[in-house]
Design a protein around this ligand. Structure first.
Ligand code: FES
Length: 146
């Protein structure tokens, strides 16, 4: 099992109670994939919300899996798998607006609430995400299984 750290997260002064650490014995996403979805809720602190500029997305990698977190200009947050369902383009680098992202490779448009592609067949997993005390908290229970 790969215990690589969460990337693109700057060092934090202290570890919040529910924060995942590469020192933890269980990788949270690997655990999610092997457990009953109802019992697999696991919230992870991804770091300061200011790390993501308004209107942009950033990718966070946990042990071989990468999710994209988007911070819309109205401060609304979304989280999805980072790989586009077309040819795995990096959705975190896409154009964000109105609850949708446009993949930077071939322009597929994806609804960030549902994970559904709007013009083609396909979908990405979405994850509940919120800000609390200036930090990004993502819950690793997928809301969609494409
Ligand atoms: S890889 Fe995203 S549209 Fe082709």
């Amino acid at each position: 099992m790969n215990h690589s750290p969460i990337t693109q997260t700057p060092p934090k002064p202290s570890r919040p109670q529910n924060a995942w650490s590469p020192m933890d014995s269980t990788d949270p996403i690997d655990s999610m994939n092997s457990m009953d979805p109802i019992a697999s809720t696991d919230q992870i602190d991804l770091g300061p919300i200011d790390f993501i500029p308004l209107g942009e997305g950033r990718a966070y990698t946990f042990g071989g899996k990468t999710i994209a977190v988007f911070r819309q200009r109205d401060e609304h947050l979304f989280a999805t798998d980072n790989a586009c369902p077309h040819k795995a383009g990096p959705l975190a680098d896409g154009l964000l607006g109105s609850g949708k992202v446009i993949c930077p490779l071939h322009m597929w448009k994806i609804d960030l609430e549902t994970g559904q592609c709007l013009s083609e067949d396909g979908a990405v997993r979405t994850y509940p995400v919120r800000a609390a005390n200036g930090r990004i908290l993502v819950t690793l229970t997928s809301t969609l299984t494409p």
